[in-house]
Design a protein around this ligand. Structure first.
Ligand code: AMP
Length: 207
């Protein structure tokens, strides 16, 4: 018996009930991708795959990938695709075959989106919704505050400036990629985390 059948109420149409959440969050540094990604993971029981967190872990443990990625990260540049793919793709496939995922920060360029789509489709785990967390891109104060509380090595003012610049350069073609496929939604990310979460959840429930 599915939820709701016992009392004559049809099962809810929420993605948690009948469809896998395979969500990509896109947004400038500091727009709340991490915070919202964790909430999505918790609410829908899917895996939160944050490319930046995975990469920072590799750097901190001085793995081969970390050693190769570290210079790019310290300059706020994108890490070469082959390293990111090696790290992230197997996790996406595994999560897609299990309960689903929320991707935070990958794909991050049109090239990454184009290159990974056929592979994901082949494994039946392609992104089913991309959400832009829309925030003004002068998020420096928020990021500097986070740098103090979290101690991220790539949150110095110069690196933040470079990361915002990279975001501005990459985002439009990436958004177009998902827009053309009818997979793009936008959420206003300027409110409190609770306000953003309410809007994001409404988008997820309506799909
Ligand atoms: P984030 O925590 O998402 O802000 O990412 C931190 C840093 O990790 C970025 O500034 C990049 O250097 C690197 N990074 C994260 N995701 C990607 C990606 N998809 N492709 C290339 N580099 C990435």
């Amino acid at each position: 018996m599915t939820e709701g059948e016992h009392d004559g109420i049809p099962p809810t149409s929420s993605p948690a009930a009948d469809r896998q959440v395979r969500l990509l969050l896109i947004g400038p540094p500091g727009s709340g991708k991490g915070t919202q990604g964790k909430r999505v993971a918790e609410r829908y029981g899917v895996e939160h795959i944050a490319a930046g967190d995975l990469l920072r872990h590799e750097v901190e443990t001085a793995s081969e990938i970390g050693i190769r990625a570290s210079n790019f990260m310290q300059q706020g540049e994108l890490v070469p695709d082959d390293l990111v793919f090696e790290l992230v793709m197997p996790r996406v496939v595994a999560a897609g075959r299990a309960n689903g995922y929320v991707l935070d920060g990958f794909p991050r360029s049109l090239g990454q989106a184009e290159d990974c789509r056929p592979f994901f489709e082949e494994h039946d785990v392609a992104v089913s919704l991309a959400v832009l967390l829309d925030a003004p891109d002068d998020l420096m104060p928020r990021l500097l505050e986070r740098a103090q509380s979290e101690g991220r090595f790539d949150d110095t003012p110069e690196v933040i400036r470079a990361r915002l610049e990279v975001f501005r350069d990459e985002v439009e073609p990436l958004l177009d990629f998902y827009r053309e496929r009818g997979l793009l939604a936008t959420v206003d990310a300027t409110g409190t985390p609770d306000e953003v979460w309410a809007e994001l959840q409404a988008v997820l429930e309506s799909r």
